[in-house]
Design a protein around this ligand. Structure first.
Ligand SMILES: [Zn+2]
Ligand SMILES: [Zn+2]
Length: 316
C-alpha cells in the first residue's frame, strides 16, 4: 500500500461519519486494530535476529502455487508472539465471549515454554499457516480451550508478527515480488496462504517512467488480513473456488457507497468485502475498513452467503 494510506483511527472516523449506528462495535474493536498495527510497526523495527525469517521468494515455486511460508518452521517466533499477546489479550477481556477464557489464553501465550519441549506458541503459529486443525484440537483440549477460539486468537496474536516479517520482503522494480511478472495466480495469500479479508481496485496512477502517461487503474488486488500482503488477482475470478467468467456479482448499498461493496461468487457463495479506490479520495486502512463494512456482512448472512475469511467481529 502507498505511504499516504490512512491510519486505523482515520478510517474508522470516516466510516462513523457515514454510519453512526456502528459506533459501539467499531469503538470496541478499534483499540484491537490499533494495537495490532502498533505491535507490527514496533516489530518491523526491532525484530530480533532470532526471529524466523521468510525464505527468499522463488518465482518457480510461486508459479506452482506454493506460499512463501508453506512448510517453513516458525522457530523463534515465540518471543515476538509473547510481545503481541501482552498487548492484545487484555483488550479481548472486554468481549463477553472471551472474558472467561483470558486466563487460559494467557497461559498459552505469556508463559515461558517448558524446558525441552517445543514452544507451544510456535506450534500454534505453524498450525495457523498450515491450516492443521488437529493441533488446535490437541492443544486446546490440554489447555481447556475450544479449538476454534484458540485458532482464532492465535491468528490475532500472530498477525503483527507475520506483518513485520512481510514488511521486510524487498520489492522488485517497485512491485511485490509475487506481482512482478504475474507469477502468483492464486486466491490465497502468496506469503502465508490465508484467504483474503478484503479486495481492492486501484486508482489510476502517474506512470513513474513517463509523468505524462496515466495508467488506467482499476486493477484488482486482494489483501491478507493475517500477514498484510497484497496481491493482484483476476477481476472476474472467484478467490475461493477459482471459477471464472460471469460468476462474480456485486452487492452494494443504494446511494453513494464510496466504492464499498461485497464481491460474491454465484457458484460457491463465498464473498469478500471489496473497495474501489477510484470512488474515494483517500486510501483507507483496509483492516479497519473491513470492520467498517460489517453492515454488509449482515446483508450477506441474510442472503446465505459466507465470508471468504471470517473476522473476529462476525465470529465471536
Ligand atoms: Zn498472508
Ligand atoms: Zn466461488
Amino acid at each position: 500500500m502507498a505511504a499516504s494510506c490512512q491510519t486505523v483511527a482515520e478510517t474508522i472516523a470516516d466510516v462513523l461519519k457515514r454510519r453512526p449506528v456502528l459506533e459501539p462495535v467499531l469503538r470496541f474493536f478499534e483499540p484491537v486494530l490499533i494495537a495490532q498495527a502498533d505491535v507490527a510497526a514496533g516489530l518491523t523495527r526491532a525484530l530480533r535476529a532470532s526471529a524466523p525469517r521468510l525464505p527468499e521468494f522463488d518465482p518457480e515455486r510461486a508459479r506452482q502455487g506454493a506460499s512463501l511460508l508453506a512448510g517453513v518452521p516458525l522457530t523463534g517466533a515465540a518471543s515476538a508472539m509473547r510481545r503481541s499477546a501482552k498487548k492484545l489479550l487484555p483488550l479481548l477481556a472486554g468481549l463477553e465471549a472471551m472474558k472467561t477464557h483470558v486466563p487460559a489464553l494467557e497461559a498459552f501465550f505469556l508463559k515461558p515454554a517448558r524446558k525441552g519441549a517445543q514452544d507451544r506458541r510456535e506450534l500454534l503459529a505453524e498450525a495457523v499457516v498450515s491450516g492443521d486443525a488437529g493441533v488446535f484440537e490437541r492443544l486446546g483440549g490440554q489447555g481447556g480451550l475450544e479449538p476454534a477460539l484458540l485458532e482464532f486468537v492465535t491468528g490475532l496474536v500472530l498477525a503483527p508478527v507475520l506483518r513485520a516479517m512481510t514488511a521486510r520482503i524487498p520489492a522488485v522494480e517497485g512491485e511485490a515480488p509475487w506481482d512482478a511478472g504475474n507469477v502468483w495466480r492464486q486466491g490465497y495469500c502468496p506469503v502465508c496462504g490465508s484467504l483474503p479479508s478484503m479486495g481492492w481496485f486501484d486508482k489510476p496512477a502517474l506512470e513513474e517512467k513517463n509523468a505524462f502517461l496515466v495508467s488506467g487503474g482499476g486493477k484488482k488486488h486482494l489483501h491478507c488480513g493475517l500477514c498484510g500482503a497484497d496481491w493482484k488477482f483476476r477481476r472476474g475470478a472467484c478467490p475461493a473456488c477459482g471459477k471464472e467468467g460471469g460468476v462474480m456479482e456485486l452487492l452494494r448499498e443504494s446511494g453513494p457507497a464510496q466504492g464499498e461493496r461485497l464481491d460474491w461468487c454465484t457458484s460457491c457463495k463465498a464473498y469478500c468485502p471489496t473497495v474501489d479506490l477510484r470512488e474515494r479520495e483517500s486510501r483507507p486502512n483496509l483492516d479497519a475498513l473491513a470492520l467498517g463494512m460489517m453492515h454488509l456482512d449482515m446483508v450477506a448472512a441474510d442472503k446465505k452467503l459466507h465470508p471468504l475469511k471470517p473476522s473476529f467481529w462476525n465470529r465471536f
